[in-house]
Design a protein around this ligand. Structure first.
Ligand code: KIV
Length: 263
């Protein structure tokens, strides 16, 4: 049966962890969902792992539409979330709606946008017009030049309060999911407990409602330095299918992320 937003909400309410991976093509979409992955994120991380760039900034709406279509073609059951790429939603809520609608038409069931309370009006505009929104705070790769590097966010009282306030504002404006990237586990737990919507962690400890990783990272085939929060699930597996099942099982049982993967 096709996963819906309400299935994900019910999973969070019943404390079943949500297992998400990024996905960019039809073959992997089928493999991932048959291994039990609940939702597929067509991430703009494709700029890194498919295009070979050091940032996600050059990914276009056209790229995202193409890969969303490929994933939708291969997935019969998994919920599909598509990233809105840099420059496709920051100008105005109207711009965001037009571009989000194109991703929904390509097969996405939800769009993801990066940013805190300043994105609240855009989230509201989309949600009120029938487009479910996943917000994304903490380390937001599209702001890499402003953040000054891929580093831990929310690690002092002021920054932690700002993230907690952002999370509340995004929920209030109608976001249905919230990605928390690279923040202290204690802060992610506090934010998760303060919200009714599910949080999805990446480098945010074990207490989020679900987890997400970049597919190529968890298969151990990404180039460059492996972030602390990534586990190579291929290391002890005989096949890609086995590695993905292992990821799903360890997320569901709360074994991943372990202490060594958190901040
Ligand atoms: O683009 C992506 O893969 C993401 C995840 C890292 C959350 O946004």
């Amino acid at each position: 049966m096709k996963m819906s937003l309400s299935t994900l909400q019910k999973m969070a309410e019943s404390h079943e962890k949500i297992a998400i991976l990024t996905c960019y093509d039809a073959t992997f979409a089928a493999v991932l969902e048959s291994a039990g992955v609940d939702a597929l994120l067509v991430g703009d991380s494709l700029g890194n792992v498919l295009h070979g760039n050091t940032t996600t900034l050059a990914v276009t709406l056209r790229d995202m539409i193409y890969h969303t279509r490929c994933v939708a073609q291969g997935a019969s059951n998994a919920f599909i979330i598509a990233d809105m790429p840099f420059g496709s939603y920051q100008k105005s809520p109207e711009q965001a709606f037009e571009n989000a609608a194109a991703l929904i038409a390509a097969g996405a069931q939800m769009v993801k946008i990066e940013g805190g309370h300043l994105m609240a009006d855009t989230v509201r505009f989309l949600a009120q017009r029938g487009i479910p929104v996943c917000a994304h705070i903490g380390l937001t790769p599209q702001s890499i030049h402003q953040l000054g590097g891929y580093k831990l966010q929310g690690n002092n009282d002021k920054a932690a309060k700002q993230l907690s306030d952002d999370a509340k504002a995004l929920e209030k404006s109608g976001a249905s999911l919230l990605v928390l990237e690279m923040i202290p586990a204690k802060l992610a737990k506090k934010i998760t407990q303060s919200l009714a919507i599910p949080t999805i962690g990446i480098g945010a400890g074990p207490d989020c409602a679900g987890q997400v990783l970049v597919l190529h990272d968890m298969l151990g085939i990404s180039q460059g330095k492996k972030p602390r929060f990534v586990k190579d699930f291929m290391a002890n597996s005989n096949s890609i299918q086995e590695a993905i099942s292992h990821y799903v099982n360890t997320v569901k049982t709360g074994q991943f992320p372990g202490k060594e993967h958190q901040f």
